[in-house]
Design a protein around this ligand. Sequence first.
Ligand code: OAD
Length: 239
Amino acid sequence: MLTGAGISAESGVRTFRGAGGAGSAGDGRSPQGGASIALWYEHRLEDVATPEGFERDPQLVWRFYSERRKLAASVQPNPAHLALAKLEERIGERLFLCTQNVDALHEKAGSREVLHMHGQLLATRCSKCDRAPFRDPSAYESPPRCDCGALLRPHVVWFGEMPFGLAQIYRALEACDLFVSVGSSGAVYPAAGFVSHLRHLGRARCVYVGLERPENAHSFDECRLGKAGELLPSLFRID
Ligand code: OAD
């Protein structure tokens, strides 16, 4: 199971692309690839979502993520998040839940095992030392520092950085017989390539659930178009 920004849309979190999205088309194809100039929540993606942007102006980056942290505190999971938490209750570790979202709505809904491949908004880590990332809901006006003296940074994956957990994700894909992607535009790699990898393996049925056909729609067996909060509970027969 792969979730993207669309699963949190009904909770009031803006998506990056698609209707009501916070960014604009073509805002970088890959967290590891080059990012082009685009607006991202009214900021240039380069300024707030790249390691270079953080080096240039850590205060701007921290203000940006602090605002997003404040918003995150007030949002609640919707029926799509709740359906996935119930699905985990029912089938346990046969469900592998990987999200591109940095919000904590899956956890708020009760999901226990969630792989956040693009990091977590409510976590912080050191930009230099190997101190473990820690939970941190704080909003900062100026950039906080680690005990080692270096700047702390949000524990999120920026453009030009490697997503987390790829080895674990690819192991799960190898073992997968049903792949469901929810609310992801299929524009950002490597997540957008999971479905074509499965196609190549030829063992899993691949279903997309979301408002509109994603860019990688051709690789899915089926696209169910509609709101995640309305479609997911019935897809998994959860009431
Ligand atoms: P996008 O914002 O690219 O796509 C969101 C998708 O959700 C769109 O296709 C919408 O049509 C769909 N959608 C909107 N409302 C929905 C609803 N109620 N139910 C179902 N679908 C709905 O989001 P992602 O594909 O997750 O990366 O974006 C991937 C990455 O791009 C993000 O993780 C972020 C961003 O740059 C990083 O920060 C590294």
